[in-house]
Structure formats: C-alpha cells, structure tokens
Design a protein around this ligand. Structure first.
Ligand SMILES: [Zn+2]
Length: 334
C-alpha cells in the first residue's frame, strides 16, 4: 500500500503530518493572455521551496496535498521540481473544477466514460508526458445545488475512484451541497470514508457538520485563515465541537492557501481589499504563509481545550487512514 506523490510512490508511514488542501500555484483560465501577468518561474520555485522547507523544519509537515483542478493552472512538472528541491511529499490530483468557474468547453462535451478515462489515465499512467501521477481525485460543485453538468463530472470521479482506489477530495462553494456530494458518491458506489468533503468550515452551522460526519465522510476544515469566508473563532468552536462529539477521526485541517498566482483575482477586488493586499505584499507577507495553521490556529484550539495529542491525531492519523482506505474507528475516542 502506497500513496502516489509527484516524485513517486511513498509508503503510508512516510506521509507523516499532512496538510490535505493547499496549493502551490494557481492560474485561472485566461490569465495567460494578460500582458500584465508576469510569471518568473525560477523565482517562484525558490520561494515555494523556501516555504515548504519552513513547514517541514519548523512544523514537522511531511506531506502537502495540492488538489489543483486540471484547468486552474495545474503544472505537474512544476510541482515535481518544487517537491524534489524542498524534500516535501507533494500529492497532486486529477479532476476538474465547478461549472461557474471552470469545466472547459471541450470536456463539457465529453461523455462520463471519456472523462473517467482521462482521470484514470492521469492516476495510472501519468499527467500528459510528465510521468507524474495523480494521487487523488478532485471533484467540485457550486452552490446552492449541484448542476446537471457537475453531476456528470462527479459520476466520472466515481468511476475513476472505483477503478483506481485513490480517494476523492472535494470543493464545495460556501460550505453548501456537501450532503448532495455524499449522495452522488454513494450512488456512484464510492464508500463515504474515501471522500473528503471540502470547505465545510465555510458553513457556520454545526448541524451541517453533523450531517457530513454522520454520512461517514471526512470533513474539511480546510480554509483556516481565510477570514473573508468565516472568522477563525467560528472554525475553532465548530472543530472542537466535532472532536468533543466523538468525530475527531473525520476532521481534516488545512488552509487552501497558495504561494503563486498568475495575474489578477478572478473577481474585482474592492479598494480596501486591494490596499490590504498591497500592504501585506510590501511587508513580504503576501501570499500569506502556510505556517499560519500552526502559529495562529493551533493556539486557538488549545485555548479551547484540545491537547497536542488530539491535534497531532488530526494532522497525522486522519490523512494516513484516508489514503489507506481504512474504515473509520467505530467509536471515536475523544
Ligand atoms: Zn483549493
């Protein structure tokens, strides 16, 4: 049993502390045509390597999962170079984004089988001619409901999951439609514990979180630090609530951050947002660091009574069990 990283297979024991949803580089379709969108590849690689090394040496992170959708500038060769130089396990995914912000026209026209074939090829054979294999499947849906087109891509993800055995990591929009994703995966024959329902921390309602964990999936508190979507106090309260109700084994913590972005944002920023970003950039703090989870959020969890042991179990044991495909513990100790 091994996990496929961009530099080759590693054993489950080598995964160690894992961040399940981060990004290295993102480019929204079309950004490459913007003359103002410069990308200095060597400088980017150096900065990414510095940030991953810092995560490894200061916070013991050994594995970095980058579920970048295919059409959001996923660059397998770039990931491989950064993984090699930083000595970090980097796992990439196959799979497209959601309808409102992705799904290339060409692939919208393909059948479920044709999409699944692409996914399976990227997992079993490799991405393009890079030789880099995907270690998981990305699936994404919008809000408030899953569109018919998104359902087609979810179905393809299910076929690829069953054929290859790798897990599924999802994007939900604004912490909505997670239970609908679970339903689609169940219908497609994918066991709930092979799915990580992403971005659930964007929903403040504990009842929503209960539905996800009661459905038997992993639950993503994976936008920690993105305060535009949710204050971290709410995330910390809800995360601790799940631990105390016996669902520690299903929680995944991550930040959905990136360290390189091509061009501008895929929406207009307000003057205040732009000013805040410019100020952070001037201080060398933009994009914000991957270490935030450890420096700022973990202390919030400790204030709320979580122990080092409980935090480490979330960061270490849960990703290992997820990739291994092991059943969840029947009674989760808390
Ligand atoms: Zn993401």
């Amino acid at each position: 049993m091994h996990v496929q990283t961009v530099t080759g297979p590693v054993s489950l024991d080598q995964l160690g502390r894992t961040l399940m949803h981060e990004h290295l580089f993102i480019a929204f379709p079309g950004a490459e045509f913007d003359p103002a969108a410069a990308f200095d590849r060597p400088a980017f690689v150096a900065e990414a390597v510095r940030r991953l090394r810092q995560l490894r040496t200061e916070h013991g992170v050994r594995t970095f999962v980058d579920p970048c959708p295919i059409e959001l500038g996923r660059d397998a060769a770039l990931m491989k170079e950064i993984a090699e130089k930083s000595e970090m396990n980097v796992v990439c995914t196959t799979g497209f984004y959601f309808e409102e912000m992705g799904l290339p026209v060409y692939w919208r026209a393909r059948t479920v089988e044709e999409i699944a074939e692409l996914y399976i090829r990227e997992i079993s054979h490799g991405i393009g001619s890079t030789g880099v294999k995907a270690g998981a499947i990305k699936a994404a849906t919008g809000a408030p409901v899953i569109t018919p087109l998104e359902h087609k891509f979810l179905e393809a993800a299910c076929i690829a999951q069953r054929a290859t055995g790798v897990p599924i990591i999802t994007h939900t929009q604004d912490g909505q439609a997670g239970p609908d994703q679970q339903e689609a995966f169940a219908k497609g024959g994918v066991p709930a514990h092979r799915c990580l329902i992403g971005h659930c921390c964007g929903n403040a309602d504990p009842a929503y979180h209960r539905r996800i964990v009661d459905g038997g999936s992993y639950i993503g508190f994976d936008r920690i630090g993105i305060l535009r979507f949710q204050p971290d106090e709410v995330r910390a309260d809800n995360l601790v609530r799940l631990v105390r109700s016996g669902h520690r084994a299903q929680i995944m913590m991550s930040q959905d951050r990136h360290c390189g972005w091509l061009g501008k944002f895929p929406r207009q920023l307000s003057t205040e947002e732009q000013a805040r970003i410019d100020a952070l950039r001037a201080e060398g703090k933009w994009p914000p660091p991957y270490t935030y989870l450890f420096t700022d959020f973990v202390p919030m969890l400790k204030e709320r009574g979580l122990s080092d042991h409980e935090i480490d179990a979330i960061l270490h044991d849960n990703p290992r069990r997820f990739f291994a495909g092991e059943q969840l513990p029947l009674v989760n100790e808390s």
